[in-house]
Ligand binder design. Structure first.
Ligand SMILES: Cc1cc2nc3c(=O)[nH]c(=O)nc-3n(C[C@H](O)[C@H](O)[C@H](O)COP(=O)(O)OP(=O)(O)OC[C@H]3O[C@@H](n4cnc5c(N)ncnc54)[C@H](O)[C@@H]3O)c2cc1C
Length: 416
């Protein structure tokens, strides 16, 4: 069923009785050409591009919970391509371009809103770093503007300019960055993949990966064994656990990242803002709630809720930056499992096991990568060769030293 102004009108006249389920609920087949483990944004987009770009439609996405229950439905919705490393910038910029055409491509309103992303700086040294990053972005054809404090004041007048503990010196602005409604991305890709024949198997946890003589043969699931010619792992925060089912030990740690939404208020912030004197960022959803977050909890965990020290830190930074929101009530708060890699950059690669492919290491920023990640992972699985945009995102870089160390902090996930 195609969505259009006409379909909305005709459904309105029929009392909205003719809408079809957005995807089917099929029983698993005995065998697929490709099984993708993990029905998050990356797994679903991979399935969609396998069908669309490579004509592979005998594909299943196997999800332990329901579609949207992982990080794809838990993130703070920011998209941007303000990266600084060669292995990352072209990839994230291409992903941003894919976002720009995504809604037409998948015929789904994902509320892509290019309202800009502003990274504040609070010292001369931070201004130099912002200028360097902005120049690197522009050399790669990415939009970037270095704003002084007066330009920032015009853009966001209610920031704390006058009595701030960390005075604002200016900001690096990417006008094409912004937000996308996160769960709509999962639903849109699920519907588009299903339309092309992909089976989406919800509540079907993978409990084992059958490997014989170095070949992956299929997955053990809550609904029985499913044979697969190829298996792609896209399990985000549970990547290490699932890869361990095939005997692999990944350079990944799982940490919780928390998010917060306030009660709705009138329009206050019409861009995305990050605080440079701590780890804090904020935007306003179309419903009016302020959406914000900060750093990961500093210990390994598989719990999807976080702890008080980070909550306190986030609230302190919120009020330091925007004193006027100090009396707002927080309505919702949750956590998601982050697959933190040791250089802060992702992995899209084959594994040492034949027919087993890996997509993980997205740290705190994989939502913005959803379209390009799926495109490149589908390419890898279908062609058995890396897509050029993801060529640097190799698993063996931690052994060879060819790291993509975006933040220069090394193996310290809490600093990425
Ligand atoms: C609070 C928070 C804020 C964030 N903010 C941003 C942001 O603003 N911008 C940004 O770019 N990124 C952000 N991120 C990161 C981003 O959400 C993730 O990097 C990205 O969503 C990960 O990819 P995914 O969507 O495929 O993950 P997920 O949606 O987590 O998908 C993985 C899926 O695998 C499934 N799975 C796991 N184990 C099994 C199994 N054994 N069998 C079957 N299925 C299994 C899980 O249930 C899950 O559904 C944020 C994350 C969080 C938690």
């Amino acid at each position: 069923m195609r969505y259009s102004a006409f379909s909305i009108l005709s459904q309105a006249l029929k009392g909205n009785t003719g809408w079809k389920p957005v995807w089917r609920e099929p029983e698993p087949k005995a065998e697929y050409d490709v099984v993708i483990v993990g029905g998050g944004g990356h797994g679903l987009s991979t399935a969609y591009y396998l069908a669309k770009n490579h004509g592979l439609t005998n594909v299943a996405v196997v999800e332990r919970g329901y579609i949207g229950s992982g990080n794809i439905g838990r993130n703070t919705t920011i998209i941007r391509s303000n990266y600084g490393e060669h292995g990352n910038i072209p990839f994230y910029e291409w992903s941003l371009k894919l976002w720009e055409g995504l809604e037409q491509d998948i015929n789904y309103n994902a509320m892509v809103s290019q309202r800009g992303v502003l990274n504040l700086y609070h010292s001369d040294a931070q201004r130099d770093a912002a200028a360097r990053r902005g120049n690197t972005m522009r050399m790669h054809g990415v939009d970037a503007e270095l704003l002084d404090v007066e330009e920032v004041r015009k853009l966001v007048p209610n920031l704390n300019f006058d009595n701030a503990r960390f005075p604002i010196y200016g900001g690096l602005f990417q006008p094409r960055g912004g937000t996308v409604r996160h769960d709509a991305v999962a639903w849109g890709y699920a519907r588009a993949a299903d339309t092309r024949g992909v089976d989406i198997l919800q509540h079907c946890e993978v409990t084992g990966i059958r490997v014989e003589n170095g070949h992956a043969l299929g997955v053990e699931t809550a609904k029985g064994f499913i044979k697969a010619k190829k298996i792609g792992l896209a399990c985000a925060g549970r990547s290490s656990q699932v890869a361990a089912m095939a005997g692999l030990r990944l350079p990944i740690e799982s940490h919780v990242l928390q998010a917060f939404v306030s009660e709705g208020v009138k329009p206050l912030i019409d861009t995305v803002i990050t605080f440079g004197a701590g780890h804090f960022y904020i935007s306003q959803s179309d419903k009016g709630g302020l959406v914000f977050g900060g750093n990961i909890d500093g210990y390994n965990s598989y719990a999807q809720r976080g702890n008080l020290p980070v909550i306190e830190e986030v609230m302190e930074e919120a009020v330091a930056m925007f004193p006027s929101i100090g009396r707002l009530r927080v309505l919702r708060h949750w956590g998601g499992l982050m697959d933190m890699s040791m250089d802060g950059s992702p992995i899209i690669d084959k594994t040492p096991i034949d027919n087993l492919y890996l997509n993980c290491g997205w740290c705190i920023g994989g939502f913005k990568a959803t379209p390009a990640s799926g495109w490149c992972f589908a390419h890898l699985i279908a062609q058995d060769a890396s897509h050029e945009a993801a060529a640097a995102m190799r698993l063996d870089r931690f052994a060879t030293g060819r790291l993509i160390n975006e933040s220069g902090t090394g193996a310290q996930p809490n600093l990425h």
